[in-house]
Design a protein around this ligand. Sequence first.
Ligand code: PHE
Length: 447
Amino acid sequence: MNQQVAKFSRIGFVLSATGAAVGLGNIWKFPYITGVYGGGAFVLVYLVTILLIGASLLIAEMVIGKRGQKDCVSSFEEVAPKGKKGWKYAGFMLFTGLVIMTFYSVVIGWIFYYMYLSFSGLPTTIDDAKKIFDTLYAHAPFLQILFHVLSVLFVGGVLLGGIKKGIEKTNLILIPFLLFILLGLLVYAMNFDGFTQAVAFMFAPDFSKLDSEAIIRAVGHSFFTLSIGIGSIMTYAAVLPKHSNIYQAGMMVAFMDTLIALIAGLVIFSFLFQFGGTPDKGPGLVFVSLPVIFAKLGAVGSVIALIFFLAMAVAGLTSAISLVEPSVMYLEDRLKWGRKKAVVWSSLLYFAIGVLVIFSISDGYREFLTFGKKSLFDLLEFSVDSFLMPLGGVLIALFVGYVMNRDIVEGELLGHMGNTVFKIWYFSIRYIAPIAVLFLAYNALKV
Ligand code: PHE
């Protein structure tokens, strides 16, 4: 089993879990949905959800991993009391990671392409920018496959190195680097008049803009951004030394994740307000609006664009690693495969479906890969957001709140949390989190 595997160091774990959490969700999705749903009030709901539900679930997921010390399926089995070992099937949430990777890796590929565009020529008008994005998205499947391959190879390469030499080392280098880049961009953006507008947009709540759809999106996003409900954090926590303080680690990760989303939002909106863009442009925000702004800044703009897309690539790749590791650890631990075989087969699986995902948005192939009104891309993303992740989240909450022996849970947390915080946390896991998740899933199905 896993016992002989080298453990994470304290900082190695916090940075790797931060790497898992901080991803495209923070730099691409958070700013654009904040823009679409009107700013301040949406951000407030998001912050409250992270604090009340997200952080609690994150810690709950860590409890299972840390007690189980194994792959997700075996951890559930190990921790479940006698007679409830059937809970091991909850561990199959680990496959959601591969499902996410089928499109996540494709989007990372787009970012690689934009890194290339940064110095080969950014679009100078919005129309050009739309054309470039549309060409990539709908008319260049083979180019997308090429960049998808690069992302698969990078992630596979890191995973081959194992926990210590692969995952921990990569995150120890890349996460401080990412923070450094984002802080640099923030300091640069602070010189703009647009910065004040960005602060007002993000932090002055206007509740008239908040409708139920905005609330659902905010709650849903808080799960996605903290990587809850697919066993990534559980798998990392399985490699923690015995006496680690998972309360502190969980709070650190939630804090860093939120901080980075807010910084990314401030940077992007400062540029937009300064140079005449609007925030409500949707998914194309960073691929269409921003490149045009960067192009206006000439050579400096190319450098900033490159740095910005590099930051996004780093954030995406460190998350991607955590999306595949649960499957790799499962194949190694449970099926006794060698690490290399496990990495190669998991990678091939999501790579191949990723190719179908690419064709599902490409002209000429789309009609073969559309189900109902949704392309394979949309269908997979939709099932992750509205079904697989909430399901994982609710299973974790129910397991820790009702199935696991309370003494064991207390043993992991009480000493670090103290009585009052523990009670609040336990209440959140038993009542608030499951209800919120069910509400989320129910509403998502109606949309
Ligand atoms: N949290 C990552 C992001 O914000 C996505 C992710 C989800 C990563 C689940 C791992 C597990 O992009």
